[in-house]
Design a protein. Structure first.
Length: 562
C-alpha cells in the first residue's frame, strides 16, 4: 500500500488553537488539518447545532416547490412520492411521505422495480400516477436527467417536482421545480447533500410555512443519517449536523422500522459505521432481492409488531443478498483470472445470469481486490446493465462521459455510476473504457493509498486522548477517522494469525519500553513474518476500543505494516 502522510499544519495556526481551545498540540494539529482553525469553527465542529442548518429557501426553486405542494393540498389533489430503490431513495420517500401524511391524507408512494423499470423515473411510474388520478409527482434521489419522462407526464396533465443531488446534464427537465444543489445556477451554500438530505430541506421549507420549528422535524433525522452513511457523501458542513443529530435519534428514539432492525443486533450504541454496514445493507436488500417498496413499508410502519415482521422479511432478503454476492464475486474473480491479459487499467466483467441487484456490491469487491476502475455487467431485458465503481482520486463519471458513443444511458457520481448499453456495443465500449482510463488516470492511483494524519508515539495513546478523538465523529468522507503511524515497534511475542484461515493479524506491541498495547489487523495475517523474532516494524493504524469479557481497553486497528 502507498502511505501518504499529510502535510504538517502551520505551526502558528496550531499554537493559536492550542491557546484558544486549551487542547494539546496533537489535537490542535488534527483540527487544523481538517480546516478547523478558529474557536468558532471548532465549536461548530464539536458542538453542531440544528441552528447551523441553512435556510431551505436559499435552494433554487424551493419557493416554487412549496407553493405547488400547498396548491395541491388546497385543491385536494393526489400526490405521488416517487424515489429510487436504494437506501437514499427509499429513506427519502419514507421521510417526505410520512411528513406530508401528518397533515394531508392523499399521499401515495412509488418505488420503481429494479428489474422491470430500472433506475430513476419510469414511464410505468407515470402511467401508475395517471391511472390513479395523481396530478403531482415529487421525485426524490432521481429525475435530474428525466427530460423525456417529465415531458410525457406533462402531456398527461401531471406536474413534477424533482429533488435530486446527482450532476445535471446540459438541459434540465421542464418540471415545476428542480431542487438540486449541484445545479450550476443554484447558490445554495452546501452542495454535498444526499437525495434524502434534499428531501429534508423540502420538508424544512414546508414546515416553516406551518409555524413548525426544526425541533418538530428532529424525529425524521434518523432517516437522513442512514442515507448520509449509505450514500457515502462527505460528512462535513450541513451533512455533519444532520448526521450528528440523526445518530442521536437512532440511539435514543428511532422510528419503529429502524428499532425493529436494531432489535436483532447486539449493539448498544450505533455509530455511522454501524449505519453503513448494518442498517443500510438491510434496507438496500429489499430493492436488490425483492422490491424497494418493502423498505418504505418498514420505515413508515407505525405498529411495532408489523415493523418486526417487515424487518424479519428484510433480514431474509439480506441473507439471500449475501449468498448471491459471494457466489457472483467468486465467478467474477475467476473470469478476471481467465482473461487477465486483456486489460491493465480497468476491470470489466459480464455474465448474463448475474443478479442485477448485487452487481454494485460485486463491483465494490472487485475494486477492493484489484484496485482498478471497475464495471460489472449483466443482462437486463434486451440490454446490458452495469454498475461502475472507481478508485480514490479517479472520476469514473467523467470516464464514462468520454465513452457516450457506446452507451445508451448513464448517471451517477465521481466514484459510482450505472449505465446501460446494447449487447453489440459491449466489446467496443470495453476497449474504449480501457483506452480512456489508460490515457487519463494518474498511475499512482492504481495502488491503494493510506492517508495518514501524523506520526504518534505509543505513550501518547491515553484514554483522555481517545475521548477527544471520539468527539471528532461522525466520521466519513471529508472527516475520516484519524490514521496514525508509529515506528520502531516490536511485538511482545504474542503476535499470531486469528480467524478463519488465520487471515487476520493479532499483535501486542511496544515502542522503546512503552507499556504494551494490543492491535488487530484485518486481512493482514500474511504479515506475520514481518513482526516475528523481535523484528522492528512500523504500522499505520487508527485507535479504537476492544471489549473482551466485560473489560474495555484501547487497541490499534492496524491498516498496514512495513
Amino acid at each position: 500500500m502507498r502511505w501518504t502522510i499529510k502535510a504538517k499544519p502551520e505551526k502558528e495556526k496550531v499554537e493559536k488553537l492550542v491557546k484558544e481551545l486549551g487542547v494539546d498540540t496533537m489535537t490542535s494539529s488534527l483540527l487544523v488539518q481538517r480546516g478547523i482553525e478558529t474557536f468558532d469553527a471548532a465549536k461548530k465542529f464539536f458542538r453542531p447545532t440544528l441552528e447551523d442548518l441553512h435556510d431551505p429557501f436559499l435552494m433554487k426553486d424551493m419557493d416554487l416547490a412549496v407553493s405547488r405542494i400547498e396548491k395541491a393540498i388546497s385543491n385536494n389533489e393526489n400526490i405521488l412520492i416517487y424515489g429510487d430503490y436504494d437506501v437514499d431513495g427509499t429513506t427519502a420517500v419514507s421521510l417526505v411521505s410520512s411528513y406530508l401524511k401528518t397533515f394531508y391524507p392523499n399521499i401515495a408512494t412509488y418505488i420503481p422495480d429494479r428489474y422491470t423499470e430500472g433506475y430513476g423515473v419510469s414511464y410505468q411510474g407515470i402511467d401508475f400516477a395517471d391511472d390513479n388520478d395523481i396530478s403531482l409527482i415529487i421525485a426524490l434521489d432521481c429525475g435530474i436527467k428525466a427530460i423525456d419522462k417529465v415531458a410525457y407526464a406533462a402531456q398527461k396533465g401531471i406536474d413534477f417536482i424533482i429533488c435530486d443531488h446527482h450532476r445535471p446534464g446540459d438541459t434540465l427537465p421542464e418540471a415545476v421545480a428542480v431542487l438540486d444543489p449541484k445545479r450550476e445556477d443554484c447558490n445554495y451554500p452546501y452542495d454535498e447533500l444526499c437525495g434524502c438530505g434534499v428531501g429534508f430541506k423540502l420538508i424544512q421549507a414546508l414546515a416553516s410555512k406551518r409555524n413548525q420549528t426544526i425541533q418538530d422535524l428532529t424525529p425524521y433525522l434518523d432517516l437522513v443519517a442512514v442515507a448520509i452513511g449509505a450514500d457515502i457523501v462527505p460528512i462535513t458542513g450541513e451533512n455533519r449536523v444532520l448526521a450528528f443529530y440523526g445518530l442521536k435519534v437512532i440511539n435514543t428514539n428511532p422510528r419503529l422500522g429502524i428499532q425493529a432492525i436494531i432489535k436483532q443486533l447486539q449493539k448498544k450504541v450505533l455509530t455511522i459505521t454501524d449505519v453503513v454496514f448494518i442498517i443500510a445493507p438491510r434496507i438496500n436488500a429489499a430493492g436488490r432481492i425483492k422490491h424497494g417498496q418493502h423498505a418504505v413499508d418498514l420505515l413508515t410502519e407505525d405498529s411495532l409488531d408489523e415493523a418486526i415482521g417487515f424487518a424479519g422479511e428484510i433480514e431474509e432478503f439480506n441473507s439471500d443478498r449475501k449468498d448471491l454476492d459471494k457466489q457472483i464475486t467468486e465467478e467474477a474473480l475467476q473470469q478476471i483470472q481467465e482473461n487477465k491479459e486483456e486489460a491493465q487499467f480497468t476491470t470489466v466483467v459480464y455474465n448474463e445470469n448475474w443478479h442485477k441487484g448485487v452487481i454494485g456490491i460485486v463491483a465494490s469487491r472487485l475494486t477492493e481486490t484489484y484496485y482498478r476502475p471497475t464495471l460489472v455487467f449483466t443482462k437486463s431485458g434486451d440490454k446490458l446493465a452495469a454498475s461502475a465503481r472507481s478508485v480514490k482520486g479517479f472520476d469514473v463519471y467523467n470516464a464514462l462521459e468520454a465513452c457516450t458513443d457506446y452507451i445508451e444511458q448513464f448517471g451517477g457520481h465521481k466514484y459510482a455510476a450505472g449505465l446501460t448499453l446494447s449487447e453489440a456495443q459491449y466489446e467496443p465500449f470495453k476497449s474504449k473504457f480501457e483506452e480512456v482510463v489508460k490515457n487519463t488516470i494518474d498511475k499512482s492511483l492504481l495502488t491503494p493509498e493510506i492517508l495518514i494524519d501524523t506520526e504518534l508515539n505509543l505513550n501518547q495513546i491515553t484514554p483522555k486522548f481517545y475521548r477527544i478523538l471520539k468527539q471528532f465523529s461522525p466520521f466519513g468522507p471529508g472527516n475520516m477517522t484519524p490514521v496514525f503511524f508509529s515506528q520502531q515497534l516490536k511485538d511482545t511475542g504474542y503476535g499470531k494469525g486469528v480467524g478463519e484461515g488465520e487471515k487476520h493479524l493479532k499483535v501486542n506491541v511496544t515502542q522503546s519500553g512503552s507499556p504494551a498495547i494490543g492491535g488487530i489487523g484485518f486481512n493482514l495475517g500474511s504479515q506475520i513474518p514481518r513482526i516475528q523474532n523481535q523484528k522492528t516494524f512500523k504500522a499505520a493504524y487508527s485507535i479504537d476500543e476492544n471489549e473482551w469479557q466485560g473489560k474495555v481497553s484501547l487497541q490499534l486497528k492496524i491498516r498496514d505494516i512495513k
